[in-house]
Design a protein. Structure first.
Length: 237
């Protein structure tokens, strides 16, 4: 049985998103800091290629199986810039005895890298925004900033459950643009993938995606409601 996505998005869910946007729109976009995790495998390749007559129409990758080496990244952006990220290779995960990014790894990244970068921006106050993944414990994350002497982050705030695709510039759609840029350097391998991931990451301009997510002052907080005629929202802002 086919169920329309529109039917699954309730009016109350749209109200949760609208309330988050009302809060965010009162704050300058360069003070809203989004953190998220993503990954890239060495078997990633462009979906389309341009070739000269007689050249190969395919890209040879290092490993074309589902077990191809995965490189995990923690990325952070404000409405003005991409902040320093970190990449964990398969060897890094083995040395830590994990198969993915854990909360203590996020907290270590905050203490070792992110807190310093945010302090250097000299903006107060700032707000770190994350989804409700198990790797994100907002009390521990705020403690990590405080342990590093970073006073700029005054709150770690969760987005409403399952709303990242509508509210997070990283999830919508910075990671998509980033992956496309990395794929253009195929074939990827263990020697070049981290460099290409970092270069592509720092080439992204995040400001346009804050507007895309309805975080900019003056936008309708119901801008992407999938069924306004059914939800009957009473106000646009």
């Amino acid at each position: 049985m086919h169920v329309s996505l529109v039917c699954l998005v309730t009016a109350s869910f749209c109200e949760e998103i609208a309330n988050f946007r009302r809060w965010a729109q009162r704050i300058s976009n360069d003070r809203l800091v989004f953190l998220d995790e993503t990954a890239m495998k060495v078997n990633q390749a462009p979906s389309t290629t341009l070739v000269m007559p007689g050249e190969s129409e395919y890209v040879i990758v290092e490993d074309d199986t589902s077990y191809a080496a995965r490189y995990d990244m923690i990325g952070v952006c404000t409405g003005k810039e991409m902040l320093p990220s970190i990449v964990y290779s398969p060897a890094d995960r083995v040395s830590r005895g994990v198969d993915g990014i854990r909360s203590w790894m996020v907290n270590d990244y905050i203490e070792d890298i992110l807190a310093r970068a945010i302090s250097a921006l000299d903006r107060y106050p700032m707000y770190l925004i994350v989804d409700r993944a198990s790797a994100h414990n907002k009390d521990k994350m705020l403690e990590a900033f405080q342990n590093s002497g970073c006073e700029e982050i005054v709150e770690v705030k969760y987005m409403p459950t399952k709303s990242a695709k509508r509210l997070s510039p990283l999830d919508n759609v910075i990671w998509h643009e980033w992956k496309d840029k990395v794929r253009q350097h195929s074939p990827l391998n263990s020697s070049n993938i981290v460099s290409h991931m970092m270069t592509a990451y720092h080439s992204v301009a995040p400001n346009v995606y804050y507007r895309h997510c309805g975080l900019t002052h003056g936008q309708s907080v119901y801008k992407d409601c999938p069924s306004p005629s059914l939800h009957h929202h009473t106000a646009s802002r």
